[in-house]
Design a protein around this ligand. Structure first.
Ligand code: SF4
Length: 562
């Protein structure tokens, strides 16, 4: 058999249909030879392409036979439009796109459930134009007409529950966080229900976000003007000049400009009325500390102050009940355990008993919201456990000091000209008749060391020490955070020297000069923070440059998340 080289074939005069047929045959022969039948996935695809070419050519020949003139361009156009059958459904690597009802009876390696947005799943109930639900029900009762439709939400819940266990390896739930225009979309209740089944850290670790820009078409392939505009806006993020030129050419300048303004997320407070709200005389120490940790977080938590509609037992409520229980305990200790001015090994069991009573009282009076019995018991038992541990730790403490002042409030305490703070010190310990004292601050999380107090601009202990000196007339020997729960040790900053208070981590003792400097540094930092608040200087400036993984304020502060 004589084989004509492909290039000669392509340029040969004659019927283009015959040329293409021969060319297609040559390509298939050259790819797989003639000694064995083509097998394998790739060969099957090529054979299907060859079939598609052959059947297109047969149709073109029919047109020629009918008297039409078919040129090279016509053949090329027909081949361009010819479709090639894909792999049959069920072939490896294929994806089955099914609705929930059809997917619920089959098994798959991986299942993606799409559309977990409010209003999509469960679907909104259909509004019937002629007969409302009540009339249908009445007709059903009277005439057994079976007009009432099954509840769509219950059916969708059943279908969703039936599909979730279908995958052998992995279930992926997908929802749109924003619509095509970038406006937020709420999650389906099914989405929230699944998330609640897992640990919050796991949910965060396995949740992947895809920005809207990742779903934009390539400019050349964008099928509509709207998609082309979105493609240009995406291009503007990487190649602004090129995007601007394209927009100019197509008359999209103003629309691109508008889209680009959406990238700017100004955080500074500039409105006069808003700034007037910030021109306060006095600021709480804890809010200055929040400002130091991230000014955007301060803005959301202390200025906007969003809160949930349904009150629940949260960290704040637990903390206030815990403080109330501790306050009662130290007030009652001297009378409940006669002669006791602090907890010791000798009176620890009586002190634990007293603490239990104080927790019961504090929960009774402090829990002012509707809470279920289970939540209430969980709160009470958690506090009992943590505070009993605190009492036992105090009994074993080497510090010789005793509680002397509880819940010391201070207002408009002047740190510098025009800079005043307010707050409340949980407890001040001192020698019964001495002129020295240390500040005690209860913490529900981990306590911070002297180095962390300096590095993270923690203000409470150093500023409270200034209050100790000026308002209570006690010379501060230090301050410690006492963690409640979790078995962690008290940490803080203490003055080293002959009169130092023993019993704390050696690394938290500072030489007198360093100790005084730490207190002064806190005073200076507070003054700078007050000035920043008054001038509305809000930024995305988390300490250390990275947003902590647990900060979920990004939805409000509008910080870009990777
Ligand atoms: S997400 Fe980041 S920038 Fe926003 S408040 Fe939290 S830490 Fe600050």
């Amino acid at each position: 058999m004589t084989v004509t080289p492909p290039l000669e074939l392509a340029v040969r005069d004659g019927s283009p249909i015959a040329v293409v047929r021969e060319l297609a045959g040559t390509m298939l022969r050259n790819a797989y030879g003639t000694s064995a039948p083509p097998t394998g996935a790739r060969a099957r695809t090529d054979l299907r392409a060859h079939d598609a070419v052959a059947s297109t050519l047969v149709q073109l020949e029919a047109l020629v036979a009918a008297g039409l003139e078919i040129g090279r361009r016509d053949v090329l156009a027909a081949l361009d439009r010819a479709g090639v059958r894909g792999e049959p459904a069920g072939a490896p690597g294929r994806v089955a796109v099914l609705d929930l009802a059809r997917a619920r009876t089959r098994r798959f390696d991986v299942v993606f459930v799409l559309g977990l947005e409010q209003g999509s799943l469960p679907r909104r109930p259909r509004v019937e134009p002629f007969l409302d639900e009540g009339t249908r029900r009445a007709l059903d009762e009277l005439r057994h007409a079976r007009l009432v439709r099954p509840d769509a939400a219950s059916r969708d819940r059943y279908l969703f529950g039936a599909v979730c266990p279908r995958p052998r390896q992995r279930l992926v739930l997908v929802r749109q966080a924003v619509g095509d225009e970038g406006s937020p979309r709420d999650a389906s209740p099914f989405w929230d229900a699944v998330r609640e089944l897992f640990d919050g850290d796991d949910v965060r670790r396995y949740t992947r976000r895809q920005p809207l820009s990742a779903l934009t078409w390539e400019l050349e392939a964008a099928p509509t003007e709207r998609e082309r505009l979105r493609a240009v806006a995406t291009l503007a993020a990487q190649a602004p000049d090129e995007a601007a030129a394209l927009a100019r050419e197509n008359g999209w300048d103003r629309r691109l400009e508008r889209a680009l303004r959406a990238f700017a997320r100004p955080t500074r407070i500039t409105h006069g009325r808003a700034l007037r709200l910030l021109a306060r005389d006095s600021f709480s120490v804890s809010e200055l500390e929040r400002m130091a940790s991230c000014s955007a977080a301060w803005f959301v938590e202390r200025y906007l102050r969003p809160s949930t509609i349904d009150k629940q037992i949260d960290r704040m409520l637990r903390g206030s009940i815990l403080h109330a229980a501790l306050q009662r305990f130290y007030v009652k200790l001297p009378s409940a355990v006669p002669g006791a001015d602090r907890v010791t090994e000798a009176n620890v069991e009586a002190a634990v008993h007293l603490m239990r009573e104080c927790v019961v009282d504090a929960v009774e009076t402090g829990l002012r919201i509707e809470a279920g019995d289970l939540d209430r018991r969980e709160l009470e038992q958690g506090l009992q456990r943590d505070l009993e541990q605190l009492v036992r730790d105090e009994a074993a403490s080497a510090s010789p000091l005793v509680p002397r002042h509880l819940e010391v409030s201070f207002r408009a305490f002047e740190l510098a000209p025009g800079v005043a703070v307010n707050g409340k010190i949980d407890r001040v310990d001192g020698a019964p008749m001495g002129a020295h004292g240390i500040v005690i601050d209860y913490k529900s999380g981990a306590a911070s060391s002297a180095a962390e107090i300096r590095d993270r601009d923690l203000l409470q202990l150093p500023l409270y020490m200034l209050v100790l000196r000026r308002q209570l007339g006690l010379e501060p020997l230090g301050g410690v955070y006492v963690p409640v729960g979790g078995g962690r040790r008290p940490r803080g900053m203490l003055r080293a020297g002959a009169d130092e208070v023993p019993g704390f981590s050696r690394r938290d003792y500072l030489e007198p000069a360093a100790f005084d400097e730490a207190v002064e540094a806190a005073r200076r930092t507070a003054a700078v923070l007050v000035e920043r608040i008054r001038s509305g200087d809000v930024r995305h400036d988390p300490q250390g440059g990275e947003c902590p993984h647990w900060c979920d304020l990004w939805r409000i502060c509008r910080k870009d998340r990777p």
